[in-house]
Design a protein around this ligand. Structure first.
Ligand code: DX5
Ligand code: ZN
Length: 212
């Protein structure tokens, strides 16, 4: 079963409440929250206070993607409104400890890898994570083109998991065509921003689920 996590990055920032309601009506499995700090990536989005306000008007689980330096400092705050918190391996000096911290705050723990990062950074934490996020664009902005060279990484992570139940999420440049490629490689959770918000939201979400 393929799950879809539309990225709010492509929503109307002047009317997020309306777009959240549209996602709920369209049956989104998660809302993908792209948190950017202007340091780890060259862009700034929103923070935990905005997330908390959105949670009050939205029942869909929040899939929070932290593209920030020093994530440990903020995990407790983001955990108040998130179901999954994903940190970047490249931003964590003590990745194992950060995963423990996310779990201790009551959230599922994900680890994201930039396109150039080797999947082997997951080797010694593979049994502890609930989600592996394979970035198929360089993080920072929506609307970029899918980077094809990450596809074998998805399959290798699936092999590393050895049949264990774990989300394999792919983020960046996902549309009906690239969705098929990544699902065939082993992905089971798809993030899409510009594709989902660039047309009829329900039709677009359904089209991603139906690639399998
Ligand atoms: C990029 C973000 C993505 C982005 C995806 O740094 O992590 O979640 O919103 O946008 P699209 O689907 O437009 O590539
Ligand atoms: Zn993201």
């Amino acid at each position: 079963m393929i799950k879809v996590s539309p990225s709010l990055l492509s929503a109307d920032f002047s009317d997020l409440k309306t777009d959240l309601a549209k996602l709920a009506q369209a049956g989104a499995d998660y809302v993908h929250m792209d948190i950017m700090d202007g340091h780890f990536v060259n862009n700034i989005t929103f923070g935990y206070d905005q997330l908390k306000m959105m949670k009050k008007v939205c029942d869909i689980p929040f899939d929070t993607h932290l593209m920030i330096e020093n994530p440990d400092k903020y995990i407790e705050k983001f955990a108040e409104s998130s179901d999954i918190i994903t940190v970047h391996a490249e931003a964590c000096i003590h990745l194992d400890r950060t995963i423990q911290l996310i779990h201790s705050c009551g959230c599922k723990a994900g680890v994201a890898l930039c396109p150039s990062t080797d999947e082997n950074v997951l080797k010694y934490v593979i049994d502890k994570i609930d989600l592996a996020l394979v970035m198929s664009v360089n993080p920072g902005f929506g609307g970029q083109s899918f980077i094809e060279s990450v596809v074998p990484k998805i399959t290798r992570i699936k092999e590393m998991l050895g049949g264990r139940d774990c989300l394999i999420e792919v983020d960046g440049g996902i549309n009906a065509k690239t969705a098929k490629t990544v699902v065939d490689a082993g992905a089971n959770l798809l993030v899409a921003g510009s594709y989902v918000f660039g047309g009829d939201i329900k039709e677009r979400i359904d089209s991603l689920r139906e690639v399998k």
